[in-house]
Design a protein around this ligand. Sequence first.
Ligand code: NAP
Length: 320
Amino acid sequence: MPEKPHLLQIGSVTDRMRSRFEAEFTVHILFDQPDRAAFLAQMGRQIEAVATDGHWGVPDDVMAALPNLKVVSSYGVGYDAIDADGVAAKGILVAHTPDVLNDEVANTAIMLWLAVSRNLIPADRWVRSGDWEAKGNMPLAQSVQNRTVGIVGFGRIGQTIADRAAMFDARVLYHARSEKDVPQEYYADLTEMARASDVLICITPGGAATRHLINADVIDALGPDGILINVARGSVVDEAALVTALSEGRLGGAGLDVFEAEPKVPDALKQMDNVVLTPHIGSATVETRQAMGDLTCDNLSQFLKDGTVLTPVPECRGLM
Ligand code: NAP
């Protein structure tokens, strides 16, 4: 039997993914190697495929040690941790997992908005602490009905969020690099959109182009009654400016799934009742992670079959 091609696994995978990798590849797990440099020096030339995720990408030392790498399959839609242009220039295909997580991430965004707006976490605490019995009813919350919702990033997930927001009779605005042929209102100027919005939901890619897109000016435009939801990447929001605005009452509240230095979260945010924090769980359900895992494996299987992948990142489409 011919030797199976060698695959380097970076980050953790499910058992189901591991079984599929092992059926087609000789699998090496980067983080199991006691001496990473020695392992890369010894095995690097044999590795033709990498399986990774949106958090780890392909670190520079790993990429430099894999001269025969042909394909990278990433378990996630966001690939800002991979230098896609640089990798594509070397003729290496990069695949990701778009679409299969649109509903889940949109649901997470809406869950955070509802939780912040309706004071879900303080309400739960009110019951558990005995405050309900001792103090009576809680102060009133803010409705999610009939709000103006500004969506920053209007791609696959952003448009799915818009569909969800319509169920609350929202007026939906959006900001993206380009205007789309959609009924929602386009704002080329993000600060202007924030000024018009009650809720701003961020769902752009991360990376240099979107770093601190949500800055102090945007936050001030959203204002003391406004709510910021971030399910994009931590880098998209200027976290220091966000913390300052929240602590000075210049922003009404925030729902945050992603942070600048995950898993570190500023202590100040943890103290705030008008902030809901989740540990990057946008797509983290059994069902959606299974679909993402299957697509990660399907991309590799397809590559072995005919040298293409099912869902390449845009930078690599020219390679197929
Ligand atoms: P997508 O379909 O590629 O949509 C991205 C949108 O962002 C597009 O509308 C794009 O504008 C816009 N955009 C890109 N760069 C921009 C910039 N510099 N300024 C303004 N808008 C910009 O991607 P998707 O599938 O919806 O995923 C979006 C992102 O969500 C991922 O890249 C990832 O970072 C994040 N995400 C997070 C989680 C989580 O667990 N929290 C899970 C999944 C995804 P154009 O339409 O004009 O090109």
